[in-house]
Design a protein around this ligand. Structure first.
Ligand code: SAH
Length: 217
């Protein structure tokens, strides 16, 4: 493949800075994480394309710009504890791990969870825990979280996730129907989320007890 570091620099400039992402720590994280190592070899040539890509099990690695946008919205501090739902390839997990103190990541598809855990270990991410379960329940034992990121499209915001967010904490989640969603940012104030919309988006469905059912997949 073409030099991955150069391709990544071009990705950051043309896809991310050009679309208005300005948080220097987010840009640095996007520059540091080798996206090509989160894909199967056959797709690694396309790793810095402006798109989501297949990762098997009918799931996708998110588009780089969307990863940057969600990460910036979480306004992470180096001391933060983050919950990520929808580990997928582990790419977004790695970005979060470079910006926060600890990341708890949940993936419902077991082979993806195993592969992401192994990959993150191999790449030296020591502040990450990956669990194979239904993320609509959150991760109660590790709560409360400073930030929660949901990487799958949901019909609504599961209440357990709001409960597991600390006061002042941030949550990003795509909410809509199975095909298209609006990426929402919620900030918890006096126990409730104050919501704003970030962009239209298309995520794979959030499947679980408090989101979509698996039947129609
Ligand atoms: N950010 C990831 C992309 C994730 S795609 C990356 O960059 O690779 C969304 C992931 O959410 C898929 O892997 C899907 O299996 C997972 N998912 C869907 N519903 C889930 C649930 N209830 N709990 C945990 N993971 C879920």
């Amino acid at each position: 493949m073409t030099n991955p570091d150069k391709a990544r620099l071009k990705m950051v400039e043309e896809q991310i800075v050009a679309r208005g992402i300005a948080d220097a720590r987010v840009l640095e994280a996007m520059q540091n994480v080798p996206r090509h190592l989160f894909l199967e070899e056959a797709l690694s040539d396309r790793a810095y394309d402006d798109s989501a890509l297949p990762i098997g099990e009918k799931q996708t690695i998110s588009q780089p710009y969307i990863v940057a946008l969600m990460t910036q919205a979480l306004a992470l501090q180096a001391t933060d504890k983050v919950l990520e739902i929808g580990t997928g390839s582990g790419y977004q997990t790695a970005i979060l791990a470079g910006l926060a103190a600890r990341v708890y990541s949940i993936e419902r598809v077991k082979p993806l969870a195993l592969k992401a855990r192994e990959r993150l270990d191999r790449l030296g991410y020591r502040n990450v825990a990956v669990r194979n379960s239904d993320g609509t329940y959150g991760w109660g034992e590790a709560a409360p979280f400073d930030a929660i990121l949901v990487a799958a499209g949901s019909p609504s915001i599961p209440s357990m996730l709001v409960e597991q967010l600390r006061e002042g904490g941030r949550l990003v989640i795509p909410v809509g129907d199975r095909n298209t969603q609006v990426l929402q940012l919620g900030i918890k104030q006096r126990g409730q989320l104050v919501l704003s919309c970030l962009t239209d988006c298309i995520f794979v469905p959030f499947i679980g007890a408090f989101a979509w059912s698996a039947d129609a997949c």
